[in-house]
Every structure is written in structure tokens, then in C-alpha cells.
Design a protein around this ligand. Structure first.
Ligand code: DX5
Length: 234
């Protein structure tokens, strides 16, 4: 099944002194979502921002917004991000003893519920919650920073996550990937089964404009699609 690929720039690498402009450029360039990397300085070393930033970005764009909570005790924070108007909350399976209940609470608010896991966390850890997830996100870098190299072992994890979601009937739930998505990795990532891609430094960088960067990624996707063998019938 070929799924349309959604691009979600992470504002982590944007120029925060020009955030309204940078979000507007991404929207004008035709991206599908905006991704917010929320970091608490505990689950991951850096501290970025909280729900107030989500409210600010909500006022800047009509695009759906995803909050990627790289925070301990996410249950203490999901209410604020939902109130801020985000459309998806993605939690780390490593950060809560009650992931099933938390994902249900997110979904009960009409917000997409996503689960993600670090490169060192076995995929088996999310097996019990995959049936209630609107997406599974594979971290293809160790979380905390933009501009890192894609971890190649992530490709098999993407395949496993796709198979896991299909096996529990979540055919329409995408496998998302976050970390090191760029012109040279995007084809293999999509070929492995991902269809929702966070890109930070590949979209926000000082080499090119946002629209040029988005076009570059879309062209890489088109090249991959045109050269991919006819997909085996499921
Ligand atoms: C966790 C963050 C980063 C960011 C993407 O570290 O979630 O993965 O969004 O950064 P790039 O696309 O530059 O790897």
C-alpha cells in the first residue's frame, strides 16, 4: 500500500527570532504538519519550550501541529498541550508507567495519540499500545538535538513498526520517523514503510530557503517513487 508521505518540519532548527516567518515559509512551501520538539532537560539534556510555544505556533499557522514530548511525567503536561490546540501528542514509551491510559486520555480529547521510542528501546515495549495509537514514531537519532546522523538500524525498526500496526489493524496509522531525515536518507526511510517524516535541519538550515529545502525533499521522494519497483500486491 503506497501512502502519501507527510512532511513535518521541526521548529527546533528554525530561527526563533523569526519564528512567524519561518512557520509561514514552511506552510507556503506545502508542508503537511509542524512538529514541536518539547524537551525538559531531564528525559533529554536540552530544554526547549512548553505549551506556551504550542499556543504561539497555533496562532501562526492553520497547519496541524504535533507535540513530541521528550519529557518525564508526560501525564502532567498533555492537558496544557491539548488546551494549546495541538492536533497530535506523541509520548515516549520510556517516560510513563501508564502509557495505555495516557494514550487513551489523549485520544478522548479528539487529539491524535502517538507513541515513540528511543533507538535503544526494543519495539516490543510498544506492542501492547500499538492497537490504540494513531501513529508509531521511530526515533532514528538519540533524542535531544537536531542535525544528527540517521541511525541505519532504524530501517528495520520502521519495517517492524509497520508490520506491528498492520497486524493489529491500524492500517491507517502511519509510521513516523524523526531524526536525520534528509535528501539522502528519505528514499530508504519511505521504502521501509514510513509515511510521516519529521525534518529539522534538512528544512531549516543556512544553506537554502525553506521552500528550496522542502522542494529538495519532495524531489528526492519523487525520484524514489519513480525508481521503486512496482510494489508487490499485499
Ligand atoms: C530529537 C528531535 C530531532 C529533530 C529533527 O532530537 O526530535 O530529531 O526533530 O532533527 P533533524 O531532522 O535535524 O535530525
Amino acid at each position: 500500500m503506497t501512502r502519501p508521505v507527510a512532511l513535518a518540519p521541526s521548529i527546533l532548527n528554525a530561527d526563533w527570532t523569526r519564528l512567524a516567518e519561518q512557520v509561514g515559509e514552511a506552510e507556503a512551501a506545502g508542508v503537511d504538519w509542524i512538529s514541536l520538539d518539547v524537551m525538559d532537560g531531564s528525559f533529554v539534556p536540552p530544554i526547549t519550550f512548553g505549551a506556551q510555544m504550542a499556543s504561539a505556533v497555533r496562532s501562526l499557522t492553520k497547519l496541524p501541529i504535533e507535540a513530541h514530548l521528550m519529557v518525564d511525567h508526560p501525564e502532567d503536561h498533555i492537558g496544557d498541550f491539548i488546551a494549546a490546540g495541538v492536533n497530535c501528542v506523541t509520548i515516549h514509551i520510556e517516560t510513563t508507567r501508564h502509557p495505555h491510559r495516557l494514550l487513551q486520555q489523549i485520544a478522548d480529547h479528539g487529539v491524535e495519540a502517538g507513541v515513540t521510542l528511543n533507538p535503544g528501546t526494543p519495539l516490543s515495549k510498544i506492542e501492547a499500545v500499538a492497537p490504540i495509537c494513531d501513529r508509531v514514531q521511530i526515533m532514528s537519532v538519540n533524542p535531544g538535538w537536531g542535525g544528527q546522523q540517521f541511525i541505519p538500524e532504524s530501517l528495520s525498526r520502521i519495517r517492524q513498526a509497520r508490520a506491528m500496526l498492520d497486524a493489529c489493524g491500524r492500517i491507517s496509522s502511519p509510521v513516523a520517523v524523526d531524526g536525520g531525515v534528509n535528501e539522502s536518507t528519505i528514499a530508504a526511510i519511505v521504502e521501509a514503510g514510513a509515511s510521516w517524516l519529521v525534518a529539522g535541519s534538512a528544512i531549516y538550515n543556512d544553506r537554502e530557503t525553506v521552500s528550496e529545502a522542502v522542494r529538495r525533499l519532495r524531489r528526492a521522494l519523487e525520484r524514489a517513487n519513480s525508481s521503486a519497483p512496482a510494489r508487490r500486491k499485499p
